[in-house]
Design a binder for this molecule. Sequence first.
Ligand code: DQA
Length: 146
Amino acid sequence: YNILVLHGPNLNLLGKREPGVYGAVTLGEITKQLEREAQSLNVSLTCLQSNHEGILIDAIHDAVDCHNGILINPGAYTHTSVALRDAIAGVNLPTVEVHLSNIHRREEFRHHSYIAPVAIGQICGFGADSYRLGLHALVNYLQQNS
Ligand code: DQA
């Protein structure tokens, strides 16, 4: 399988950004861990981080041609973006939503996700492990449903 891994706004700052909330791990380290995990699962990844909603949406549209599923941390767009949600609904690719932090125990405005209703499921609160758990869940889903 080919999996598109998307990181939304400000996730390029991981490592320096609010380390009390997001930990010290950088996006580069997360990507390295995820690549190792992907190898052991025999799947390939395309990874992209963007601070721009439209670039994320374009990447989702383009994924239809050559990807089997999407692993996404939409960052703050989780709580604001109907457009991102519609893109995911529109391409109909199995999507897993992940967050480093447990969004449900943080500020109230983070409790609602526009993405969750169009995702297979959501994993949050496990730091970098959220991505690895999410990748496993997505690959299991693909194996059972295709
Ligand atoms: C986040 C949670 C969001 O609320 C926040 O805006 C982020 C990161 C997380 O991974 O915990 O940018 O998606």
